[in-house]
Design a protein around this ligand. Structure first.
Ligand code: GUN
Ligand code: ZN
Length: 422
């Protein structure tokens, strides 16, 4: 298992659109109408500048009129829910029981897991997603198949075995003395593979389905290896009640994860809708990040997260599709739903805000903000080429179409400078 071999430097010509770090005039994105993006043999961006005839010696792939932009980052997606997208079977706990758990149980069949893993990576790439943070099922074999598929696809991915040892069907329940060694094996096999493109994440499903000893052991494993921790928090009021019934020693939902040691400084908590100010403060104090999953929140009727809650406290926020509660792998759908979510709460983010959220903002939330998320020199060259209708020319119009119009097509995708799509 190795990274794809580095190749000679390559250069790409096209319109370039990228987030920029805080600038004095408040601009968030930068456009270069005719740009040359040069990728070094190490897969990093060596140059991102206006095209100048003759300035670059070597072959240039001319992708005009496509727009070159950072690949999208999906900070929360469930691989074994690829085939249950659109199952409108109720609010969270009913939907899990009726639609999700029966499907996830099928992943004990490794041939099925392999088949769906190929669909999963194919759909991410076709949507322009180049980095994913993924929940597998509770089956170690299926998780291994997922990693194999991520490697074969050339994707950047952080993925974990979903831990659940209580309040779930027998077919999915894995006791701690089986689950933790299985997670440890997967760390040995996959963490850092693909030349560092792949990471293993500690993945307790959510507090109701995990015993305290399981979460404590998982937290130790996370700390031993410096692994990202991902889970769900405060998505739905009935889930919140189930959490406190399962863990009556905790003062609130966040306190469960806090007391078992899961808020390691690399914790990524999805949804975060029904949190008290104390819980938000505690997430900030522990250096945790949250994932906004607005399309899923609408589909399951879970509620609306207010972006200002984390932002006011400096808690990084990423964007997640949350497929299969989210209705699309396409992060443009998530951006559009994030707009609707904010409108309902009296805010009006710009398309630029949403684009930055889905790229640099999400990279920051998952701890990859210095590696990917923008097309700056020195970053790894994870980028996509997107084709817009001919009349879409200016920056504002391009962003409007990207986020809302569903008429732009992902033509190509590259991870660390290697072509991964089509
Ligand atoms: N909470 C626990 N498991 C899940 C899941 O699979 N999807 C969502 N949206 N929330 C969850
Ligand atoms: Zn989820």
């Amino acid at each position: 298992m190795s990274a794809r071999s580095p190749e000679s430097p390559r250069a790409y010509r096209g319109r370039l659109l990228t987030p920029i770090p805080a600038s004095p005039d408040g601009a968030q994105v930068r456009t270069i109408d005719d740009a040359l993006l040069v990728v070094g043999s190490d897969g990093r961006i060596a140059q991102a500048a206006p095209f100048a005839p003759g300035a670059f010696r070597g072959p240039v792939l001319d992708l005009r009129p496509a727009v070159l932009m950072p690949g999208f980052i999906d900070a929360h997606v469930h691989f074994p829910q690829t085939r249950v997208i659109g199952s409108a079977s109720g609010p969270l706990l009913d939907w899990l029981e009726r639609s999700v758990f029966p499907e996830e149980a099928r992943f004990r069949d490794e041939a099925y897991a392999t088949l769906v893993a190929g669909e999963f990576t194919g759909r991410l790439l076709a949507s322009g997603t180049t980095t994913c943070v993924v929940f597998s099922s509770s089956c170690a074999g299926a998780t291994d198949r997922l990693f194999r598929a991520l490697l074969a696809a050339g994707l950047r991915g952080i993925a974990g075995l979903t831990l659940m040892d209580q309040s779930c069907p027998e077919a999915l329940r894995v006791p701690r003395d089986e689950a933790i060694p299985a997670a440890r094996d997967l760390v040995q096999r996959w963490h850092g593979e693909g030349g560092g493109l792949l990471e293993f994440a500690i993945t307790p499903r959510f507090a109701p389905s995990c015993s305290r000893p399981l979460m404590e052991a998982a937290a130790r494993l996370a700390r031993d290896h410096g692994l990202l921790v991902q889970t769900h928090v405060a998505e739905n009021p009935a889930e919140g009640e189930a959490t406190l019934r399962a863990h009556p020693w905790a003062r609130d939902y966040v306190d469960v994860y806090d007391r078992v040691g899961l808020l390691t400084g690399r914790a990524l908590l999805a949804h975060a809708i029904h949190l008290s100010p104390r819980e938000w403060d505690r997430l900030a104090e522990t250096g945790s990040s949250v994932v906004h999953c607005p399309d899923s929140n609408f589909f399951l009727g879970s509620g609306r997260m207010r972006l200002s809650d984390p932002r006011a406290r400096g808690v990084p926020v990423g964007l997640g599709s949350d497929v299969g509660a989210g209705r699309s792998f396409d992060m443009r759908r998530s951006m559009s739903s994030a707009f609707d979510n904010a409108l309902c709460l009296g805010d009006r983010p710009t398309p630029a805000d949403l684009f930055v959220l889905a790229t640099q903002g999400t990279a920051d939330a998952v701890g990859l903000g210095r590696v990917v998320g923008s097309l700056d020199v020195g970053k790894e060259a994870d980028f996509i080429a997107v084709r817009f209708p001919e009349h879409v020319i200016g920056e504002a119009e391009t962003l409007n179409h990207l986020v809302f119009a569903s008429d732009a097509t992902v033509q190509r995708a590259f991870v660390r400078g290697q072509p991964v799509y089509p």
